[in-house]
Design a protein around this ligand. Sequence first.
Ligand code: HPA
Ligand code: ZN
Length: 342
Amino acid sequence: MTETTFDLRAFAHGLPKAELHLHLEGTLEPELKFELAARNGIELAEKTVDEVKATYNFTDLTSFLAVYYPAMEVLQTADDFFDLAWAYLQRAAAEGVVHAEMFFDPQAHTSRGVPFENVITGYHRAAEKAPELGISADLILCFLRDFSADSAAETLAQALPYKEWIIGVGLDSDERDNPPSKFASVFAAARDAGLRLTMHCDIDQIGSIDNIRTVIEDIGVDRIDHGTNIVEDDSLVELVKEKGLGLTCCPVSNSFVTEQMKSDEIVGLLRRGVRVMLNSDDPAYFGAYVGDNYVALAEQANLTPRDLVQLATNSFEASWLSDERRAEYIASVEKFAASHGI
Ligand code: HPA
Ligand code: ZN
């Protein structure tokens, strides 16, 4: 990236890409939080955007989640969920996202007394409207792993009447003491219902390697969220390659919940032919939407424009699009690259 004529930001933002690791609740910007609080008659402790941002002192996943969940109190009606998702889709479209598979956390709302229906109808309305922005969007229902397996099963039962609006299920929240095996039966039921499976394997967790092996061999996931700890075990790298599993990496998020972006791990896996790609995770909290994640990693690791093209291609390869649409998007990536002489 030393050529002065190459505009990294414009290239990274313009590159057609899929976003596969994005928590809708993690897109709640302070401005929208104030708007929703006023609409719902909620008094917030923080009075200004700066005061809200001053609470963003994250040193690890747990300290992030301690800020993330309480902020959701402003989300109550279907319109609130719609507004949140629609604001995200507009920003994503402006950064080159042409397809988004978006996580949402129903238990973070139903546990506060918000009906499941408000959550799903609001988010679905936004996903359905995404083509107005020239993009497509799907929803992935995540279970909270620090809640019980029974609660996850209850949530799946609530979701099944809306199955056509959901492409898959995921697993997020605090991994510590909540291994993937805890959710084996609910994931099997989701698979039987025709849903795709993914699970978070967060960075540098106790038991990361064992958990990653479990999600591949026992749960049978179609994709892994984060998961870059596989670099510690060559046989896992080979297994991930053999199965063609995508790893949804989030470099800027990594730099908040660990001490670094994990660029060596991400780029090392890219060079070894693993299907890694870049995503934003919780962009309102980590200050970078997906285009800026491409820029950040490119600057940190001195990536070439071809590397960025490969990452964008991987985002479609690892997506849950039809083969036909996947091929169209990959062709559009090459076309974009060619138009830049890459
Ligand atoms: N990991 C676990 N839980 C989460 C995350 C994450 O990256 N983002 C939002 N909830
Ligand atoms: Zn995540």
